[in-house]
Design a protein around this ligand. Sequence first.
Ligand SMILES: [Fe+2]
Ligand SMILES: [Fe+2]
Length: 231
Amino acid sequence: MKDQFPGPELWKRTVGDIATTLPGATAVFRKFKIDFCCGGDLTLDSAAHRRGVDPAELESALVALGARDGAGTAAAAMSNEVLIDHIQACYHEAHRHALPELMALSRKVEAVHREHAKVPAGLSEALRLLRSELEPHMAKEEAILFPAMLQWTEGKYDIPISELRHEHDDQGTTLRLLETLTDNFTVPEGACRSWQALYVGVAQLAEDLVEHIHLENNVLFPRFAAAQGRP
Ligand SMILES: [Fe+2]
Ligand SMILES: [Fe+2]
């Protein structure tokens, strides 16, 4: 990585490709608010332009990663089995654990601070919506998709990858609603501990979900879509 990065074609590479092959790139993209999961097909150039990011700042942040001896393992190097285990253990379980707690905490904050100008009215409902999107989606991946991938024989299974990608887009839309309702997870001055804990928790959930969708859309799914000869 040290010798290859950034390479002359950096700005023409897709953000999904960079996020997949450069350890730490996802954190840089999150910092610059570049969508690397549902918007992973955009070139770095287009994505930076869309976000109004300073190209020099972005490039130096990415080059700094490339020059570092990476401590993390790039997801692209994981086997299917390791990657699927990682997705289930680190993301599916984290979402299942976080969502009910955050819904309860949000209901409390919304009720106690209903007169506050910055109360995140509707946040618990948005979290409920996200949970209702994620539960059947993750169950389908665990019961149908992942087992089929682990027993993959080319041409043998018809995996509904496009359907799952659409569901990821819907989850991304709900994530943006969470960002809007919480003013990008910014607690107002003087907010109580519950309110602070709520935004820390929702920000972590959002970060986990972005990473989760990225690993599926940009790393796992393309391995099988390519074998099926379709995107
Ligand atoms: Fe998943
Ligand atoms: Fe998924």
